[in-house]
Design a protein around this ligand. Structure first.
Ligand SMILES: Cc1ncc(COP(=O)(O)O)c(C=O)c1O
Length: 365
């Protein structure tokens, strides 16, 4: 266990809110019939079809199932795409603060990490397009690792922003890998726009990564999808062939397919809970007198909290753990701009969220 039992965990990005009954039912059925042998190819095909049907129905984005591949998890797909779509020493742009495996995967594969930090205004987090253009224009820059919606800021990028990103990448021949794992956890009036839908010409340079695991709370089952904008990109990725990439269990394929096909009413009610929790967090921050600042996320169930004006400024994660017995994700894990920040997961029961707030309050008293 990462923390002692008296610590309330509010760090790792999964939910305390159970799973959709349809998923439980289909998993039970599979176990009850005693079929836990190797998964047949048609389970993978059904999963990829469920993914492309969902992108079409929910996001109005047709994605060719023949250009999709099953993968164990999104982080694995990011690593493989860096290894196969770029060369050692190539520049890879990430928009910090960022989900830590983006940083590690670039560094661990010997690529050159280029930080295009988001800029915080009073009301939002903005992409620094001028800097993005400068970074992309270096001939050694080969790929942008886009997180959309963005973890940890919760930004849900608009069509105008994504068009600008695509134009910059097109001008400088920079490939885009778009991690859209948070696509379903978006609060109105914001809405997710798949990067692959932004420009039909540029779409051939886009690799989309996604998974039902985040929205449907089945991250422990390990199952995700990679979709390529062209057969050429897919062939490059497949140089790491199936035994190296590993294979997916039948139970995780069933759970993920069911999630996308039959999980939406559960997702809708879960989103309503998350939205209420987001409001509770906003209320807590409005009322706090310790100096914590935050912008409510447009998507994700993650609050990105600014502790720089509090007495916990140097290491807020450590401070809250020590003084409040509550575990947030330390902001410094998310790159340089995360120093003095911490990420709070609010996907829990309202009573537990209240307890987290009480502990934070007593930590600051
Ligand atoms: C942006 C992002 N990508 C990927 C993941 C992890 O996905 P997986 O478990 O499929 O590697 C997370 C988990 O929090 C995430 O926030």
């Amino acid at each position: 266990m990462k923390y002692p039992t008296d610590v309330l965990p509010a760090w790792i990005a999964d939910m305390d809110l159970g799973i959709a009954p349809a998923i439980a039912n289909d998993l039970h059925q599979r176990i009850d019939c005693g079929d836990l042998g190797y998964p047949c190819a048609d389970l993978e095909a059904k999963f990829i079809d469920a993914f492309s049907d969902r992108y079409l129905e929910k996001f109005n984005t047709p994605l060719d199932p023949d250009l999709g591949l099953v993968s164990t998890d999104v982080v694995q797909s990011i690593v493989i795409s860096l290894l196969t779509l770029t060369e050692p020493g190539d520049g890879v742009i990430v928009q910090t603060p960022i989900y830590p495996p983006f940083l590690h995967s670039v560094e661990d594969t010997g690529r050159n990490l280029l930080e295009n930090a988001l800029i915080k205004s009073n009301t939002s987090w903005e992409i620094n397009f001028e800097e993005l253009e400068i970074l992309a224009s270096d001939p050694r820059t080969k790929l942008l690792l886009l997180c959309s919606p963005h973890n940890p800021t919760g930004r849900v990028f608009t069509q105008t922003e994504l068009v600008k990103v695509a134009q910059i990448c097109a001008r400088h021949n920079v490939l885009v890998v778009a991690d859209e794992i948070h696509c379903d956890i978006v609060y109105q009036p914001n809405y997710h726009i798949p990067f692959a839908s932004i420009s039909p010409e540029f779409a051939v340079n886009v690799t989309t990564m996604n998974s039902a695991t985040k929205s449907f709370n089945i991250a422990g089952l390990r199952c995700s999808v990679v979709h390529f904008g062209s057969a050429e990109l897919k062939a490059r990725y497949e140089r790491y062939d199936a035994p190296v990439r590993g294979s997916i269990s039948s139970l995780s394929l069933i759970a993920a397919t069911t999630a996308w096909q039959k999980g939406d009413s559960w997702l809708e009610s879960t989103l309503a809970t998350l939205e209420r929790n987001r409001e509770m967090l906003s209320e807590f921050i409005r009322a706090n007198s310790f100096g914590i600042e935050y912008l409510a996320p447009q998507g994700t169930y993650l609050g990105w909290l600014d502790f720089r004006a509090t007495k916990a400024a140097t290491a807020p994660g450590e401070y809250l753990l020590r003084e409040g017995r509550v575990a947030l994700s330390p902001g410094s894990d998310f790159g340089k701009p995360g120093a003095g920040w911490a990420r709070l997961n609010f996907a829990t029961q309202p009573e537990i969220l209240e307890e987290i707030f009480d502990r934070m309050t007593s930590a600051f008293k």
